[in-house]
Ligand binder design. Structure first.
Ligand SMILES: C[S@@+](CC[C@H](N)C(=O)[O-])C[C@H]1O[C@@H](n2cnc3c(N)ncnc32)[C@H](O)[C@@H]1O
Length: 281
C-alpha cells in the first residue's frame, strides 16, 4: 500500500515527494480498492449525531468528499493532510464536483485546530504515520468537543496482510537496499499491535476504546496491477529510481508473485484491519 516506516521529517518529505505523487497518480484505482472502508466510515458518520467532521490524513480526499456529500448542508467535513500534492488533488476534486469541504495542508500532530470544533474525527489509514502518536492524538482530542467520537481504520500486521507485502517478499532477493519493516515505527503497520494502540489513546485523552478486527474484501483491476506494484509501497518507491534492467527483472518477478490473487480482469484480496473507536473524555 504505502511507504517504508520512517520518522517525522522523513514522513513529511516522503508524502510531499515520491509517495504523495504516486498516490495522486494512482488515485482512481486506490479509491476503488479502498471503497469498502470509505463505506464503513460514512456509515459511522451517518449513525452518529455529529455535523462537524474531521478526516485525518485525508490524502486525495475521497473519504472527506463522501462524508461531505452525506452531510450536505447540515454539516461540513474538513480534511487535513501533510502532503501538498495530495491536498491539491483533493481540492481539485471538491471543486470539480462542487461539494463544500475544507482542506487543510498541515501536520495533524501539531496543527493549531480551533478547540472543540469537531463532533467526530475519522481516518482511513491516515493516523499511523505520526512520530509522536500521543502528542498527535492529544492534539486531535483538543480539536474535538467533549464526548466526540474518534473512529479510524488501521492495518493489522504484515503477516495477516500477505497481499500488501507480496511485492517486497518477491523483490527482496533482487533489491538488496529494500528497507526492512520496523514494527511500531511510523508507517503502514505501526498500529498492528492493538496492545500499543490502547495506551496511546488513553494517554492522549480518549476513553471507551473499542478495537475490532475487520476483514474486508478488496479488488483492483488487473490492468492496474503493474502500476500498483511499480509505484506504491517500498518496492514501488525503490523502482522509481532503479535502472531499466533491475526494473524489468523486478516487475517480472513481482507480477508473477501476484498470480494467486488474479482472477481474469480482477485482482482480489482480503485485508486484515482494525476498526478503532473511542470517545473524547
Ligand atoms: C495511506 S495514506 C491514506 C490517505 C487517505 N486517507 C485514503 O484513504 O486515501 C496516508 C495519508 O496520511 C497522510 N499523513 C501522514 N502523516 C501525516 C500527518 N502528520 N498529518 C496529516 N497527514 C498525514 C499522508 O500524507 C497520506 O495522505
Amino acid at each position: 500500500m504505502d511507504v517504508t516506516q520512517q520518522t517525522g521529517h522523513e514522513q513529511t518529505a516522503l508524502w510531499n515527494g515520491r509517495a504523495g505523487h504516486a498516490w495522486v497518480e494512482a488515485q482512481e484505482f486506490l479509491d476503488q480498492m479502498f471503497k469498502p472502508f470509505e463505506g464503513l466510515l460514512v456509515e459511522a458518520v451517518s449513525a452518529g449525531s455529529g455535523s462537524r467532521v474531521l478526516d485525518v490524513g485525508c490524502g486525495t480526499g475521497s473519504t472527506t468528499l463522501a462524508v461531505a456529500r452525506l452531510l450536505g448542508t447540515k454539516g461540513r467535513c474538513t480534511g487535513i493532510d501533510i502532503s501538498d500534492p495530495m491536498i491539491a488533488a483533493a481540492r481539485v476534486r471538491a471543486e470539480r464536483e462542487s461539494t463544500p469541504t475544507n482542506f487543510i495542508r498541515a501536520d495533524a500532530q501539531t496543527h493549531a485546530f480551533e478547540p472543540a470544533s469537531f463532533d467526530m474525527i475519522i481516518s482511513r489509514f491516515g493516523v499511523m504515520f505520526f512520530d509522536d502518536p500521543v502528542r498527535a492524538f492529544a492534539n486531535l482530542r483538543r480539536a474535538a468537543r467533549d464526548d466526540a467520537e474518534l473512529r479510524f481504520i488501521a492495518w493489522r500486521s504484515a503477516a495477516e496482510n500477505p497481499f500488501m507485502t507480496t511485492a517486497e517478499r518477491a523483490a527482496a532477493p533482487l533489491l538488496p537496499n529494500l528497507p526492512a519493516r520496523r514494527p511500531d515505527a511510523p508507517g503502514q503497520f505501526a498500529f498492528a499491535d492493538q496492545r500499543r494502540v490502547t495506551p496511546i489513546l488513553e494517554e492522549s485523552g480518549w476513553a471507551g476504546i473499542d478495537i475490532r478486527p475487520i476483514d474486508i474484501a478488496c479488488t483492483l483491476p488487473e490492468k492496474a496491477l503493474v502500476r500498483y506494484l511499480t509505484s506504491l509501497g517500498p518496492v514501488g518507491l525503490i523502482l522509481q529510481e532503479a535502472d531499466d534492467r533491475t526494473r524489468t527483472q523486478v516487475v517480472e518477478t513481482v507480477r508473477a508473485a501476484f498470480d494467486p490473487y488474479v482472477h481474469r480482469a480482477e485482482v482480489r484480496f482480503t485485508t486484515a484491519c482494525w476498526m478503532v473507536s473511542a470517545r473524547a473524555r
